[in-house]
Design a protein around this ligand. Structure first.
Ligand SMILES: [Zn+2]
Length: 354
């Protein structure tokens, strides 16, 4: 029984989506997973610029820290602001004081200014994918901590998937990729089977029809929100970690949701599984074991207690002896300034989407 835990890890985030809240309604109400991508996320990522990316990441990282989340694995896409985008996210995370593992998610869905929903596996690698791979490589070569990002198999040619896998090998990192999130990506398993390695991060895998290598990032809230079905992460043969897929980074909340979704599917499920998924994030960021997060609840380290105690608040965060949060308030940055700058960036972003 303790008020404290290690720093928590968000195993799959999209910090660029922090300013999506309050965006204008899409031209048509999405009626499928692919239509959510087309009408919401692929319109949003196309109007990002480096300044918006920075303030969106700063807000997302600050909200993570204030929830005791001290490390974030992020997956970024901004097809018209690729070069330098990972540096912008990195500086926002550094300013806030959270660890980050970043990547740029390459895709062949853009041909110049026009977007295509389906990409033939046999097509040639697009210029946009080439530039995305270059951004990943530039960032890693400069000493950045990250992976090679790929959006998803169904928006990439085989050439792009193979080149991304080779590049990851060269840099001794994994590939961070959405896999079979919806039925549109049903071929992902067979296309990735011979490419995936143990250090890959496989996101979602809801409709994956075969086991492939890699850690699974499970995002229960996002999967429910996108109505894609239950991923059944307990069937995964390798490690499972928990992510939010861009819906904040309150990881105790995500753990509670992971548990109750597991239980809905299997009455014998215990919160110990969801808790182990939460803790597995530490394998990507060993430094969080030295963080001390103090919570408003005296059984914050007990899976069964946490699963049935909504509303546990983070009171303080200490990293490397530095107090980053005290009495629920950040000490190293001005939250009001971040909120003000983020609101201004959101105004510009939403105007572009109107
Ligand atoms: Zn995602």
């Amino acid at each position: 029984m303790s008020f404290t835990t290690n720093g928590l890890v968000c195993g799959h985030h999209h910090l660029y989506s922090s300013l999506a809240r309050g965006m204008p309604a899409p031209p048509q109400t999405p009626n499928s997973f692919i239509s959510v991508l087309e009408n919401v996320w692929w319109r949003l990522d196309a109007v990002l610029d480096l300044d918006i990316i920075y303030w969106s990441a700063a807000l997302g990282a600050a909200e993570a820290l204030l929830n005791g989340t001290t490390a974030i694995i992020d997956h970024h896409e901004s097809p018209f602001a690729i070069e330098g985008s990972l540096d912008a996210i990195q500086s926002a995370c550094d300013m806030v004081g959270v660890s980050s593992n970043l990547c740029y998610g390459v895709t062949d869905r853009w041909v110049g200014q026009s977007m295509q929903t389906h990409v033939a596996p046999s097509s040639k690698m697009s210029d946009e994918a080439r530039r995305g791979l270059a951004e990943n490589e530039r960032f890693l070569k400069a000493g950045g901590r990250g992976m090679i990002g790929v959006h998803a198999a169904f928006t990439c040619s085989d050439e792009t998937l193979e080149t991304a896998a080779d590049l990851a090998k060269q840099h001794n990192v994994g590939v961070h990729i959405h896999v079979a999130e919806g039925p549109d990506d049903i071929d992902a398993g067979s296309r990735l089977q011979n490419l995936a390695e143990d250090n890959w991060l496989i996101v979602h895998a809801v409709h994956l029809d075969q086991q492939i290598k890699g850690t699974l990032a499970h995002n229960p809230r996002s999967n429910m929100n996108n109505s894609v079905g239950y991923a059944r992460p307990s069937r995964w043969a390798h490690d499972v970690i928990l992510g939010t897929d861009g819906i904040g980074a309150d990881m105790l909340e995500e753990m509670r949701l992971a548990y109750v979704r597991h239980r809905e599917d299997d009455i014998t499920a215990s919160p110990d599984s969801a808790w182990s998924w939460l803790q597995n994030g530490e394998k990507f960021f060993p430094e969080v074991k030295r963080d001390v997060v103090t919570w408003s609840y005296d059984n914050a380290d007990s899976p069964w207690h946490v699963a049935f105690t909504p509303g546990i608040r983070c009171l303080s965060v200490v990293r490397d002896g530095r107090v980053l949060v005290e009495d629920g308030v950040p000490t190293q940055f001005d939250m009001n300034e971040i909120r003000t700058k983020a609101a201004e960036a959101a105004r510009i972003l939403h105007e572009r989407l109107a």
